[in-house]
Design a protein around this ligand. Sequence first.
Ligand code: VGL
Ligand code: ZN
Length: 226
Amino acid sequence: MKIDMPESALLEIDIQNDFCPAYTFASGEKWPGGALAVSRGDEVIAPLNALAEFFAQRGGRVIASQDWHPQRHVSFAQSHPGKKSGETIDLEGIKDQMLWPNHCVAGSEGARFHEKLNLRPVNLIIRKGFRRHLDSYSAFFENDRTTPTGLDGFLKGLAVRTVVIGGLASDYCVLYTAIDSVDLGYRTIVIEDAVRGVGYPEGSIGKAFAQMKEAGILIMQSGDIE
Ligand code: VGL
Ligand code: ZN
């Protein structure tokens, strides 16, 4: 499918060490695998780097999001005595907040972008989930569904109409970002070979794709973008 440039943006969602499996840095040091490693999560990097180059060369925009939590963040199971990751809790205004292992603590190695992600074509880095008592899956709104991250304003200010999304994880941050994107009126495309999912609870990845299709989000392969 032909993507209109420059009024399109690529969103690279949460390509951070804590969501990626083990690898060796260029320095020779080893990353042992993330606290919330998505199986084969690092496989999204090659197609995203290629897409980012494609967008940048044609005047499109490239945005990378970064999960960026304070210590003892409300989404961490450890912040709730007696609770384990994988359980859900009800917060004021947010039902079924999933609890996770500690991950993407601001400034930590786990919060850094995967070393192989090419940041050179990236115009904007958007950080989310930095309020201690509020989580954020979507790159547009935090989990209260009303606190904006500023991304919509950035895109509208640049007259962007089409949003192309890849990254981690297809059943959480990619899903929420894509749903907000289509709700905000953008033509929204999720690149299937540029996403991987957590897969918890069982069936969550298939459910996420069904929900995205139902919402009018287009599912494509990176090779379909021209
Ligand atoms: C994510 C769980 C918790 C994600 C972030 O990037 O999909 N998932 N925080
Ligand atoms: Zn998180």
